[in-house]
Design a protein around this ligand. Structure first.
Ligand code: HXC
Length: 299
């Protein structure tokens, strides 16, 4: 990505210090890159040290000098509240207070709900629902105590409005964050902390493809009125807008960016209603291989 892909003037986010959970890969990396390009100090965190460190190194090498911003990396499993506190203590001490948080880290896989165990539910909910809440709460307490302005952006899905079969733990967890966005926008808005969310449609990433399209093949945005998937700079431009001082009066909103896919088709996994037992078995095996490879990198 370059500045030409973005809508904004250079330096727009200078002086902002923004933490992006799951910033080492996928949409998190894209948003981190855009914010760096616009001069922000970006803090990324993830479970795999090598992944976040490589991303920080690559993004700094590409853009830090020209933009004046910087990316730093922390290893943190947001499922552990103590690990969140430890990371935020370090960030506040080493770099100063954050001015923004992007709740991007997620986990998801397709499965028939009757095939899930309660541990499977927790594997998703502990990242998306509890992890994002605990990140928000820990940052929020620090901001409120200091009387400091801040902005929180959560990355949701359009399923917060209509649910999704076969990704029920994710749909429930993201719907919870949608409720958090609306609730805290009111509770903390008057104290300078605003809350918004983005509900992206199809923006193909590696982590998402392995777990939500495990048969492989091209993502076909079937029935999408725009007849295409999203482009990363399109998502980045919306995220930057919501995090920028110019959006100070935007609060409590969840904005879809999906080419109107969900109005046209529901935008969820209902097409899998016709899958056979064999197809579900194959999907599960593929997802298990991806998870094992990821786990190996976490050490
Ligand atoms: C049924 C499954 C399963 C599957 C795991 N489990 N995969 N059950 N079908 N495919 C069950 C296991 O059997 C186990 O339960 C429990 O879940 C925990 O499994 P672990 O492998 O130990 O979990 P863990 O290592 O914590 O893995 C976490 C994860 C993993 C969330 C499952 O996929 C992950 O780390 N993902 C991060 C990246 C990611 O998912 N990216 C996609 C995000 S896309 P038992 O009872 O057997 O012990 C997204 C938005 C998409 O969120 C929007 C599209 C429009």
């Amino acid at each position: 990505m370059t500045l030409d892909d973005l809508l904004y003037k250079p330096g727009l986010l200078q002086g902002q210090r923004i933490l992006v959970s799951g910033g080492g890969t996928g949409l998190g990396r894209v948003m981190s890159e855009a914010m760096l390009l616009l001069g922000a100090d970006v803090v990324i965190c993830g479970r795999r040290g090598e992944v976040v460190e490589t991303t920080a190194r690559e993004l700094n090498a590409a853009h830090a000098q020209a933009s004046g911003g910087h990316v730093s990396a922390y290893v943190c499993d947001i499922r552990q509240p103590d690990a969140i506190t430890e990371m935020l203590d370090k960030v506040w001490a080493a770099q100063g207070p954050l001015t923004g948080l992007v709740n991007n880290a997620a986990g998801n896989f397709i499965s028939r709900t009757e095939d899930l165990s309660s541990r499977a539910f927790d594997a998703i909910a502990n990242i998306v629902f509890r992890g994002s809440f605990n990140m928000t709460l820990d940052c929020g307490k620090r901001w409120l105590a200091a009387g400091q302005k801040a902005s929180v952006l959560s990355i949701l899905t359009t399923w917060v409005w209509n649910g999704s079969p076969f990704t029920v733990p994710s749909a429930m967890s993201k719907a919870g964050l949608h409720a958090m966005t609306q609730s805290l926008a009111v509770e903390w808005g008057g104290r300078g902390i605003r809350f918004n969310a983005i509900a992206p449609g199809l923006f193909p990433t590696e982590g998402m493809s392995a777990r939500l399209n495990p048969g492989g093949g091209e993502h076909k945005p079937q029935g999408n009125p725009m007849q295409r998937a999203g482009r990363m700079p399109e998502l980045a431009n919306l995220a930057v807008y919501l995090m920028s001082p110019g959006a100070d009066y935007v609060n409590g909103q969840t904005i879809a960016i999906d080419g109107a896919q969900w109005q046209a088709t529901g935008g969820n996994f209902s097409p899998m209603l016709g899958w056979t037992d064999e197809q579900w078995q194959r999907a599960r095996e593929h997802i298990a291989r991806t998870d094992a490879a990821d786990r190996a990198k976490r050490g």
